[in-house]
Design a protein around this ligand. Structure first.
Ligand code: ATP
Length: 454
């Protein structure tokens, strides 16, 4: 703790938050806001931080849950052909052999011979402006040698090797290698292994889907860009089982509904685009993939993926038929959504020479929908009425915060900064006529509203 006192802001971000090229200071401002106001903290921060792991604070967890709820409502609750699931994160090792991840889930890695620092070879080359989309690890190796490319510290680079990104662990007390297995690298594995259970218990007819929100783990070689590339993250995934001949229609439907979700959570659509991933860059199982890309402050990067995963062999014991459903997979990373939402919502303005910050979050996902304040903290009758309104809203399931710190201007600034759309202020008139001031975050407009109409 004491040490951090001596670390400058720039050093802090450079060391704890490795970034691509920061193009402006928006990313630093967002990271700083997230920490200051309790959205997101570096994981294990008091012990110096663990790279690639982040914790959600009290406001972050509300934001995250609201986003998850919108997704769940849109794709599970409101549909009758997609069913929910919550499978375990550690699974039988045969799962990963069957899915191909034991063999194929690897990134090209290269080491600085002097410092021993490891880099993703593709990212290193991309940062130098090279197009790596059609390069294999061997191609990258030859390219680095031919061009004499050095590490970011100016040293010689070693050979490009493949690094499997799954986290492993040993299950049980024996400690022997036969008990070694993995944390799932995508939630999809839990869905595929429960396909038959869902089929046997609910008897859905094709086409139908299974949806899951859960943690995934990837031992990324170079985690970076705040919560963009991390090692433990949450995915919102659907496997939608279809007949082969219908894949294009279903793919198109999910493409459209992904745009609906983007709009519903308040991501700026103007800076989202689709990228048709070329064959050599697609996952080993996919025949068509679209990446939805977002213009983050550190560049245009993948937000979500939509993949046609082709087939899944399934033997129906009752009919004796081997049926092969094909699969469409919309796969959304929650943290990348949170970051795109924050980037879209973040606005700065100036008031009396002072910078003020707004998070223009949609009311459906803002951590609090309302803040309730008494005009003066030391007038018990104002505090009592404000408390009553607060309790009443809370009991109705509204996300509301009671704020009586500082003067009213400061409270508005504080609520603007965490994205609270409306502030309710109780003043002396409220005691007479049972009305309050309702102030809008985005327009600053204030109007009198009857308490009973709130
Ligand atoms: P990238 O190319 O950026 O590594 P990917 O193509 O490997 O991503 P997928 O396997 O398609 O990613 O995973 C589906 C989604 O999960 C991604 O679109 C992203 O939203 C999220 N995701 C994947 N890896 C990470 C990560 N390391 N940190 C945060 N989110 C991730």
């Amino acid at each position: 703790m004491l040490l951090s006192f001596f670390i400058t802001k720039t050093m802090f971000y450079a060391n704890i938050y490795p970034m691509s090229k920061i193009q402006d200071n928006k990313m630093e401002e967002i990271i700083s806001l997230c920490k200051r106001r309790g959205f997101i903290f570096q994981g294990s921060e008091i012990y110096g931080g663990l790279s690639g792991f982040f914790d959600y604070g009290p406001l972050g967890v509300e934001l995250k849950k609201n986003i998850e709820n919108i997704w769940w409502e849109m794709f599970v609750t409101k549909r009758d052909d997609i069913f929910g699931l919550d499978a375990t994160q550690i699974m039988h090792p045969k799962t990963f052999e069957a899915s191909g991840h034991a063999k194929n889930f690897a990134d090209p890695m290269v080491e600085d011979i002097k410092t021993k620092k490891k880099y993703r070879a593709d990212q290193l080359l991309e940062d130098l402006g090279e197009d790596v989309s059609s390069m294999s690890p061997q191609d990258m190796d030859s390219f680095i040698k031919e061009k004499g490319i050095k590490s970011p510290d100016g040293n010689e680079l070693g050979r490009v090797t493949k690094f499997n990104m799954m986290f492993s662990t040993i299950v049980g007390a024996s400690g022997d290698e036969d008990s070694r297995t993995y944390f799932r690298p995508e939630t999809a594995q839990g869905i595929f292994t429960n396909y038959k259970n869902v089929l046997d218990s609910l008897h859905p007819k094709i086409p139908f889907g299974i949806a899951q929100i859960g943690k995934s783990f990837r031992n990324e070689v170079a985690p970076r860009d705040f919560i963009f590339r991390i090692r433990e993250f949450t995915q919102m995934e659907i496997e939608f089982f279809i007949k082969k001949e219908d894949w294009k229609d279903h793919f198109e439907n999910f493409r459209k509904s992904t745009w609906d979700f983007i709009e519903a959570v308040g991501i700026n659509k103007e800076i989202v685009s689709e990228f048709d991933v070329p064959a050599e860059d697609r996952a080993h199982y996919s025949e068509k993939t679209i990446d939805f890309e977002f213009e983050y402050p550190f560049g245009k990067k993948e937000l979500f993926g939509l993949a046609y995963r082709t087939d899944l062999s399934y033997f129906d014991q009752q009919t004796g038929e081997r049926f092969i459903p094909h699969v469409i997979e919309p796969s959304l990373g929650l943290e990348r959504t949170v970051l795109a939402v924050l980037t879209s919502a973040y606005h700065e303005d100036e008031m009396n020479g002072e910078k003020i910050v707004f998070l223009k979050l949609p009311k459906e996902i803002a951590p609090y929908q309302f803040a309730v304040s008494p005009l003066l903290k030391n007038k018990p009758e104002l505090v009592a009425l404000a408390r009553e309104i607060y309790e009443n809203l809370k009991s109705k399931g509204v996300r509301v915060i009671f704020d009586d710190n500082g003067n009213i201007g400061k409270r508005y600034r504080r609520q603007d900064e965490i994205g609270t759309p409306s502030c309710i202020t109780v003043d002396f008139d409220s005691l007479e006529d049972q009305t309050v001031t309702l102030r809008d975050r985005d327009t600053g407009e204030q109007k009198r509203v009857k308490i009973e109409d709130l």
